[in-house]
Design a binder for this molecule. Structure first.
Ligand SMILES: [Mg+2]
Length: 260
């Protein structure tokens, strides 16, 4: 890396996971793993995703394989509701929780009942075939996956490409749940989190915990459009790169690696 180019490199690249690093709910492929490792040879990498840690472990960390990179990798599951860091301890290194914000049980019940009401009132038409459960209920986030959490990618990509089906639901949900953050996620899902937990919250935590200024961060995601689950990042003032899919992200990483 020459000196001039290293000046262009941010202190951290922050990536969304689904449809940015990997196909929705799928592991990253080998090519992406190798590009991310090349990037981590130069700078830090964080991943902020709506899914919980176990899913990120399967979708991102396991396919990366090499532990030697993990101390440069920062994991924010549940849309920034939690932060995991790889820490060296007496008995070896492991992923540890730095913080975690939870949704209380009555809140979780309130959100689920709002979904039933919204499905009834919004004119939303339930899909003919649903693959597995439509709800992923976690301690810090509830996700409604319209086609079910096990739906095949091809079918998901076709189902609501213009967001119109989910928009109907979100309109009603926003009235019923004014204290929650409700966003599109992936190609068929809606995520509900406490209002102050959105991706911008994770950006603020990166600044606070890792001591990196927003001007030294670059965020890459497929959901930066208004209403998208990466949109909240824009208000933090970090540089953003909008991508269409993992192919697009690979192109971006390659460009960065060629420049530094
Ligand atoms: Mg995404």
């Amino acid at each position: 890396m020459n000196q001039k180019a290293s000046h262009l490199l941010p202190k951290i690249f922050i990536f969304d996971l689904d449809n940015t690093l990997s196909e929705s709910k799928h592991p990253i492929d080998e090519e992406m793993a190798s590009l991310l490792k090349d990037l981590m040879r130069k700078t830090k990498v964080a991943v902020i995703s709506g899914v919980r840690f176990e899913k990120i472990l399967a979708q991102l960390i396991k396919p990366l394989k090499d532990e030697q990179f993990f101390d440069r990798l920062y994991i924010f599951p549940s849309t920034g509701g939690a932060f995991f860091q790889y820490k060296k301890g007496k008995f070896g290194s492991k992923w540890e929780v730095v913080y975690e914000r939870l949704l209380s049980v009555p809140y979780r019940e309130k959100i689920l009942s709002a979904f039933s009401t919204a499905i009834e009132q919004s004119g939303f038409v339930q899909p003919e075939k649903v693959y597995g459960s439509q709800f992923d209920v976690r301690e810090n986030q509830i996700t409604f996956a319209a086609l079910g959490i096990d739906a095949p990618v091809d079918e998901k990509n076709l189902w609501d490409a213009d967001f119109s089906k989910r928009k109907k639901l979100i309109k009603v949900l926003q009235k019923l749940l004014p204290d929650f953050c409700i966003v599109f996620s992936g190609s068929t899902s809606i995520d509900v989190t406490p209002k102050d937990v959105e991706k911008s919250f994770a950006i603020n935590q990166i600044e606070k915990i890792l001591g990196i200024e927003p001007s030294q961060m670059v965020f890459v995601g497929d959901g930066l459009m208004e209403g998208g689950n990466d949109y909240s990042v824009i208000k933090t003032g970090v540089k953003t790169v909008s991508v269409a899919d993992p192919k697009d992200t690979k192109l971006f990483i390659r460009t960065v690696l060629n420049e530094v």
